[in-house]
Design a protein around this ligand. Sequence first.
Ligand SMILES: [Zn+2]
Ligand SMILES: [Zn+2]
Length: 383
Amino acid sequence: MSQLNKEDLIHIRRHLHEYPELAMHETATHDYLLKTIESFNQEYIEIKAIPDLPTALLVYVNGSDPKRTIGYRTDIDALPVTEQTGLPFSSKNAGVMHACGHDIHMTVALGVLNWFTEHQPRDNMIFFFQPAEESENGGKVAYELGVFKGKWRPDEFYGLHDNPGLPAGAIGCRMGTLFAGTTEVNVDLIGKSGHAAYPQNANDMVVAAAEFIGQVQTIVSRSVDPIEGGVITFGKLDAGTIRNVIAGKARIEGTIRGLTQKMIEHIVDRLKMVANGVATSYGAEVNIQFNQGGYLPVENNDELTKRFIEFAKQDPETEFVETEPAMTGEDFGYLLSKIPGTMFWLGVDDTSQLHSATLNPKESSIPKGINSITRFLEYRMNN
Ligand SMILES: [Zn+2]
Ligand SMILES: [Zn+2]
C-alpha cells in the first residue's frame, strides 16, 4: 500500500469504531492494526510483539541519519458504554464503545506511521500501540515488562488525546501539566454497632463518617494553594443496615486529583491526618487505602514542550490553541514520568463530552492531525 488517502483513513477509523474492545481484551483491534501495518512499505520498519502484553504492538522505523529515537504512543482500548449515536457505523460489540475517541487516536497514529514508511524519517522512531489506558495501566505494565530497553527506548515520547471542545483538527497544548494525576482512596471507620435506643453502648460510625466528610472539605479550601488547586471527592459512602441499629462500620470511597505528584502527596498527607484525627476523637479504628488504579499527572517536559508549542504556533498548516489543564486522568503520565515528552490535544469539535454515549468526533480532524504531527516530527528531526 502506498500513502493512505482520506477515504482509507475514514474506512480504518469506522472499522475500529465498529469493533471496540475493553482494556486488555483488544485482540481483534491488535490483529486489525497488525494487518494494516503489514500492508505498509516494510523497507524501514520492524514490528515487535510483546508476549506478556499480547494486545500491544511496537513498530520501529529506522531513520536515515538518526540523532535520536522519537516515540509516539496511541492507546487502543474502549469503554463499557452502550453507544447512542445512531451512526451507521455504530459499535457492533454490545455494551462497548470507543467513547473516548481512541479509534481516532489509532487512525492518526497509523496515518503518521504510514507517512514515515513512505518517507524515511531522519531519526529513528518507535510507535507504541498501547492497550489498557482506561483501566489496568497499560503504559505502566509495558514499561515494567522492560519493553522500552536498548534500541527500543525512545529519547522522547509524544502522544495525543482528542478534545471535543476544540475545533476539528486544531492542536492544543500547554507547558506543565496537561492531565491531572489521580489517586483513589478508601477509608474504613470501625466502631461498634448497637441498638438505636442505647447510643452509650455503641460507637456510631455514621456520625464519625459525617464528621470526616465535613473535615475533608477543609483540605482543599485551607491547605491547598488556590492558584494551583486540587480535588478531593468522596462519591460513595456506605454505612449501616437499618434505621434502628447504630452502624458499627462506615466505608467512604473517593478520588484525589492534583496537577503535580507533589500536590497529590500533600493532599494524601492531609487526608491521613484528618482520618486519623477523626478516628481518635471518636475512639474508632481506621484503615486508609490509597491508589487502586491511580494515574500520575501528565507533566509535559519543559524543553520539548516549548519546542512543540513554538512549532505549532508558527506552522501555517496548524491551528494552535493554548489550553487549560484537564482534571481527568491519563495513563501516559506514567511513561512521561520515565521518558521526557509532550502530550497534546487534537480537536474533534463535538457537543458531547469524552466518555459519553453520544460522542461523535469529527472525522475531518484525522487528516489534519496527521498533517500537523508529521510536520512537527519532521521539524523536530531537522532541529
Ligand atoms: Zn477515557
Ligand atoms: Zn482516552
